[in-house]
Design a protein around this ligand. Structure first.
Ligand SMILES: [Zn+2]
Length: 369
């Protein structure tokens, strides 16, 4: 059993400071949305298999840490008590469909989702307490579509939003950056922080018209939060060139001006060209370059403090390799991954150029671009 073999690496205590914490428990496999559901336990099995196979967890720069489950009070940082009870009740009565779409729960999903929140919380605590420079919460179910009173898009509780809200309670934490590089817009994360300037939310995603219906260029925040939401909605099937241009011309300069105290990354791998449910055509190399930018910015502004929280990514052929490459990048060790995205049509390239131009125009009222 993979879960058991990976458990041997889980540390109860450490004798030596490693750079990167990987938060994981085999209990994350207990959430079972059904045999044909894309958000399958096989995703994390593939990740752990590659982490074990590559030897990254034995390299000395990474520590695998088993998180505790979040308390109900932790969930209430973002979610309504009635909604929390609803999820618990559904699971206790055997599970079923939690929304009008495809967010399904099984008897053990409530506990698993609490452990996912616990993974994100422990990741930020380990980094803020300087026990690790950075951390990757390898959790499921994912979180960025789950709002205060609703489940959506395979997400039950908003792991990264709860972690950010927990950080906001700390003294002197006033500039938290969330960069969302899942293929889909993080509708709920945006909603939760839409009216605050204490969290800057930047999302690069595919055309959100069909799902989730938010994430358009003119959604820029409100009240104190005006200018602290940045949406870059790409046309379907764009590949690396346009994506990295947006990262370099929009995302990086805005982050440099915001000067975050910690960088949180909603890390979904479903932008990869092999993903079976999303519609971008990015290569693994594009993900790594984007992520390297975030690590560099974290070094520049917040002594390296960066926490990645797993969101989507449904290509079982690639999720393991991509997650391992990210862990290696975080820990500063080598991991070979060669990958090239398919070519993109001239029309899509042109549409992407227009999106970048329009985002720059809109965001120029808030940032020097
Ligand atoms: Zn996604």
């Amino acid at each position: 059993m993979l879960g058991e073999s990976s458990a041997k690496y889980i540390l109860k205590g450490r004798s030596r400071m490693a750079k990167t914490a990987v938060l994981y428990t085999p209990k994350y496999l207990n959430h079972d949305p059904g045999p044909t559901h894309p958000e399958s336990p096989k995703r994390l099995e593939a990740v752990m298999e590659e982490l074990n196979h590559s030897g990254l967890l034995e390299a000395g720069e990474c520590s695998l840490i088993e998180p505790k489950r979040a308390s109900i009070d932790d969930l209430k940082l973002v979610h309504e008590p009635d909604y929390i009870q609803l999820v618990e009740g559904y699971c206790a009565s055997g599970g079923g469909l939690l929304d009008l779409g495809d967010t399904t729960v099984s008897p053990r999903s409530f506990e698993t989702a609490r452990l996912a929140v616990g993974g994100a919380l422990e990741a930020v605590n380990l980094v803020m307490n300087k026990r690790f420079e950075n951390a990757f919460a390898l959790v499921r179910p994912p979180g960025h579509h789950a709002g205060p009173y609703y489940a959506m898009g395979f997400c039950l509780f908003n792991n990264i939003a709860i972690a950010a809200t927990h950080l906001l309670k700390g003294l002197n934490t006033n500039r938290i950056l969330i960069v969302d590089i899942d293929a889909h817009h993080g509708n709920a994360t945006q909603e939760i922080f839409y009216d605050t300037n204490r969290v800057l939310y930047i999302s690069l995603h595919q055309d959100p018209t069909e799902f989730p219906g938010t994430g358009f260029i003119d959604e820029t925040g409100k009240g104190d939060g005006l200018g602290y939401t940045v949406n870059i909605p790409f046309p379907f099937r764009i590949n690396d060139q346009a994506y990295l241009k947006a990262v370099n011309q929009i995302v990086v300069p805005i982050i440099q001006q915001y000067r975050p105290q910690i960088i949180l990354v909603s890390l979904g791998f479903d932008g990869h060209y092999t993903d079976p449910i999303a519609s971008l055509s990015l290569s693994a190399s594009c993900y790594l370059e984007t992520f390297s930018n975030m690590l560099n910015l974290a070094s520049q502004f917040c002594t390296g403090k960066l926490v990645a929280v797993l969101e989507g990514g449904y290509s079982l052929d690639y999720i393991g390799k991509m997650a391992a490459a990210i862990v290696a990048k975080m820990a500063g060790v080598s991991y070979a991954l060669r990958d090239k995205a398919p070519a993109v049509s001239g029309q899509v390239r042109k549409q992407a150029e227009n999106v970048i131009k329009e985002v720059r125009t809109v965001q120029s009222s808030f940032w020097d671009l």
